[in-house]
Design a protein around this ligand. Structure first.
Ligand code: 5AD
Ligand code: FES
Length: 347
């Protein structure tokens, strides 16, 4: 049986077979076809939207790839107030969003009390909507408090599952081990968990990607976010090339086949490296888009990488633009909470 069929039938592939799929373009057509068939079987043509609120670009970490790293003295820093965050959700709710993703750097200003207050006000004001947090590594107690305050989902990419590779992307105070511990803590508390990695990050090998896929299998997340590494000129990786849309699309299809039920976004970074990146991402197995709801005045400050798209658009424009893109790719946006379907699926 050929490798793609095996994968589509949920058979385990060995490392050699997975590496072959990752490193060659000759399976791409078949991979995409099978991935789209599986996605349609589980989720039909539905594409879920998540309203992204980037609420702080202060960060105590110094990841070598990231534009808002502490060491980037040229980054103009901002923090939204609780009222500003609520106003973004208000606007998003009127536009049909039923999930809000609060994303930020690891900013000590947002301690547990402050963040719990924000989460619970959103839940009170919009009881029909889910709150997703994406605020990095915190203690298990902190994750538990935030969960109790009403956050039900958490996004924390593992970035790379290989310890040595992790060490080349981060200062030594950070570790793959702690990252993974956080992910298992979150899961155990009861969050719907999202993880993922960058494609084409500096020093990444095919073996590293196989290791990422194996780690994801072990974690079994509800959401998986991958996007190309994109160069930021004011980081230590300024001279590394961005990752490719092609490999990202191939991996999206592989992920859809390995995780038929996962919620997988067509990311902004994919749209940044290729003008049709997000549409292609949807056709390759992705089923989530995350329009930006942040106030326009801070959009061009949350720059994890160069050339980021959607930094000039109002929220409503961003939604309209994505709606058109989703339709052109052959799918339709749905506005419910978009919880993961762990059952047999079918829409
Ligand atoms: N290129 C692409 N993605 C990046 N991220 C951070 N910096 C970059 C970059 N230069 C991703 C990381 C992080 C997520 C919020 O954004 O994977 O987890
Ligand atoms: Fe933001 Fe197109 S998705 S402007």
């Amino acid at each position: 049986m050929d490798t793609v069929k095996k994968l589509a039938l949920s058979r385990d592939l060995d490392d050699g077979e997975l590496s072959a799929l990752i490193s060659s373009d000759r399976f791409d057509g078949e991979l995409r076809e099978q991935a789209d068939a599986v996605r349609r079987k589980v989720y039909g043509d539905a594409v879920f939207i998540r309203g992204l609120v980037e609420f702080t670009n202060y960060c105590k970490n110094d990841c070598y790839y990231c534009g808002i790293r502490r060491g980037n003295k040229n980054a103009e820093r901002f923090r939204l107030t609780a009222d500003e965050i609520l106003a973004c959700c208000e606007e998003g709710h009127a536009l049909g969003f039923r999930t809000f993703v609060l994303q930020g750097g690891e900013d000590p200003f947002f301690d547990d009390g402050t963040l719990c207050g924000i989460v619970s006000s959103i839940r009170e004001r919009f009881p029909d909507s889910a709150v997703t947090l994406s605020v990095g590594e915190r203690s298990r107690d902190s994750y538990l408090e935030l969960y109790r305050a009403g956050a039900e989902r958490y996004l924390l990419r593992h970035e790379t599952a290989d310890n040595a590779h992790y060490g080349r992307l981060h200062p030594s105070v950070m570790s793959a081990e702690n990252r993974k511990k956080c992910l298992f803590d979150l899961k155990e508390i009861g969050y719907q968990v999202g993880s993922g990695f960058m494609v084409g990050s500096p020093y990444q090998t095919v073996e590293n990607i196989v290791c990422d896929l194996r780690f994801l299998k072990e974690l079994d997340p509800d959401m998986i976010g991958i996007g190309p590494f994109v160069t930021h000129s004011e980081t230590p990786f300024a001279n590394f090339e961005s990752g490719s849309a092609e490999l990202t699309l191939r991996l999206l299809s592989i992920l859809r086949l390995m995780f038929p039920h996962a919620l997988i976004p067509a990311t902004t970074s994919l749209g940044t490296v290729s003008p049709t990146g997000r549409e292609d991402g949807l056709r390759s197995g992705a089923n989530v888009v995350m329009p930006n709801l942040s106030p326009v005045r801070v959009r061009n400050k949350y720059l994890l990488y160069d050339g980021k798209i959607c930094t000039g658009e109002e929220s409503a424009q961003c939604v309209a633009c994505l709606d058109a893109r989703v339709r052109s790719a052959g799918y339709r946006i749905v506005t419910d909470r978009g919880d993961v379907r762990r059952d047999g699926g079918s829409v």
